[in-house]
Ligand binder design. Sequence first.
Ligand SMILES: C[S@@+](CC[C@H](N)C(=O)[O-])C[C@H]1O[C@@H](n2cnc3c(N)ncnc32)[C@H](O)[C@@H]1O
Length: 281
Amino acid sequence: MSYIVLSHYQSKVLLDARCQGLPSVSVSPDLNRTTVKARLDEEGVRFPAGQFVTWSDLERIGKSETKCFVVEDGSVSEVQTFSETTNWARALMPTPSAPTMLVSGVPMHRIKGTDPYRDTLKKIKTLAPVTGRVLDTATGLGYTAIEAARTADEVITIEIDPASLEIAQLNPWSVELFDNPKISQIVGDAYDEVDAFDDGSFSRIIHDPPMFSLAGDLYAGEFYAQLYRILRHKGRLFHYIGDLSSKSGQGVMRGVIRRLGDAGFSRVVRRPEAFGVLAYK
Ligand SMILES: C[S@@+](CC[C@H](N)C(=O)[O-])C[C@H]1O[C@@H](n2cnc3c(N)ncnc32)[C@H](O)[C@@H]1O
């Protein structure tokens, strides 16, 4: 990569090292995926691949708890964008593990008491073994698609908002979304795109939509009927809902379970550890 991505976590490591008068320090250039040895001097920090960040930029990065910053060709910019498609502001937000995306200020993954990657693994585990052809209805940062592709033959993932993919393109944790040949991306509305798939053509479906109030179509009976149609006999669907023990989560869950049953699913079971339900065809 010709660029590196830093957050307040790495800025703290570097500023602390400066206070201690160290000539070099181990730090991550890619939001905790790998570590390199960076050299400290009077003006700032030099990374082994050539990137340079000034102390004043590192102080600026250190002041932002909700943003990540790309360092490229001597310039430092926030990983954020405004979507003309959805009118949502999107920004990459650091955590001690993989980052999440803030969508109009709301984190796209669970971060309280867990982290975005553990959250992803919980969702995928409900569908184990994840084999055959998999549909991921909502790409986001691509974490569910990437994890499913570890064992599946093929993963098709759909994202309505090109701005989401722009952010993912700068996220070191989303690299495999773009370079794993098992993953195919569709930019479009999942509600419409599912019409084009053949009956029984997926063995697993991961449905990880935005919250009900933001994407009602993706919780509609007609959409569930399409998911049922394209799932193969004995296939399984994981549907993320949110905290099933919360009042709002319970309300949404009851409607989801009823409509999945109406769509034809033979059994729908609660999976509270993954904040969702599992439906069997
Ligand atoms: C909760 S996130 C998905 C997170 C993702 N599974 C991951 O692992 O990073 C939901 C995503 O669905 C996208 N989305 C919203 N409505 C959609 C639609 N109708 N069709 C496809 N994607 C949609 C949003 O833009 C957002 O990026």
